[in-house]
Design a protein around this ligand. Structure first.
Ligand code: FE2
Length: 337
């Protein structure tokens, strides 16, 4: 018998809280199909108090596409805090289970990049579809750590016809290091993003299920094919400012351990909010699965036979910092401070 799910909108154009799933039971095809419809419509779904553990979280995520995992990072010798390679560690805890504090400049500089608007792993040759993030252990209420989302479909729809025409067919070169340098320019002063691989994705992409267009001008876009870095940034930054207007943004609070948020990286952008007092004081153990975009634009203009994953190679430097073992989304390079 099918379970009727309820979707309670949290914003005028996107984000809904999804109620009615009994997480103690297997997820049926009916439930999966309803969640699929919900995520296609809202772009972001909030599931409160799921009580899921890592294994069941992974099993739920696997229903919605092929899962990316950390095995390439394990192969290059990285140590993981979490036992399952499908679980990306986006906590403020290091692999030895210590709280990351402001006395760790490498990790602080790295984390700042996540506070800029992005789509998870858009710097890889095969981009992501769904991210599903679970608060395994949240900091005390009122100490911060929210996540913000923006409706990149609505932001595109509202552009002028002239701008839509200008963006048509433009290809962005996506770089994790560009995002890191944007967020922490002093720390990454000597880093040149062009020294590292970049992945090509169009600046406007079509949603695989609904066909809706989204602005894919994330903070990973370093330059646009046929344009200089300066010209590219002069186009991309105002677009990000446009998309980041409060009317397109929804801030979601994490309320209880076990809360889980699913978002569609082919419809929305997101960013971490580091305001608040939890940082350096309380554990915020966040765990994420990430599926690949299963649609026709997953590889952008990259060669599907030549997979590029950024964050696997250490940054060249004359000072070797401790090896970083965290997810590529949160990875800090070894670099001169
Ligand atoms: Fe992210």
């Amino acid at each position: 018998m099918s379970q009727k799910l309820e979707f309670i909108p949290q914003h005028e154009t996107f984000v809904a809280e999804c109620r009615g799933i009994d997480w103690s039971k297997p997820i049926t095809k009916e439930i999966k199909d309803e969640v699929q419809k919900g995520i296609d419509k809202y772009g972001v779904l909030i599931f409160r108090d799921t009580g899921l553990d890592d294994k069941r979280h992974i099993a739920f995520a696997a229903l919605f596409g092929e899962l990316d995992d950390m095995s390439p990072h394990v192969k290059v010798g990285r140590k993981l805090r979490l036992p399952d390679v499908e679980m990306f560690d986006v906590s403020n805890i290091d692999p030895d289970d210590n709280l990351i504090t402001t006395s760790d400049p490498a990790r602080i500089a790295m984390m700042k990049g996540n506070a800029l608007w992005h789509s998870d792993l858009a710097f890889n040759s095969r981009r992501s579809g769904y991210s599903i993030l679970r608060g395994h252990q949240l900091p005390p209420k009122g100490t911060g750590g929210e996540t913000e989302f923006l409706d990149a479909r609505q932001a595109y729809d509202d552009l002028s016809d002239e701008m839509k025409k200008r963006l048509d067919g433009l290809v962005g070169n996506n770089s994790m290091w560009h995002n890191r340098k944007l967020a922490a320019p002093d720390y990454y002063k000597e880093l040149e993003p062009l020294d590292y691989p970049m992945s090509k994705h169009k600046l406007v992409t079509n949603h695989p299920a609904t066909g809706r267009k989204m602005l894919f001008t994330t903070s990973y876009v370093h330059h646009i094919d046929g344009m200089s870095f300066e010209e590219s940034q002069a186009l991309v930054q105002p677009l990000l400012e446009h998309a980041g207007q409060p009317k397109y943004v929804c801030r979601v609070e994490w309320l209880n351990d076990g809360d889980m948020i699913m978002w569609d990286n082919t419809a929305v952008m997101h960013r971490a909010i580091y305001e608040g007092s939890y940082f350096g004081k309380y554990r915020r153990d966040m765990r994420r699965t990430t599926s690949f975009d299963m649609g026709p634009e997953a590889y952008g203009l990259n060669d599907p036979n030549k997979i590029v994953r950024q964050g696997l190679n250490p940054v060249q430097t004359d000072k070797i910092a401790e090896p970083d073992t965290r997810a590529p989304d949160t990875q800090a390079p070894a670099i001169k401070v």
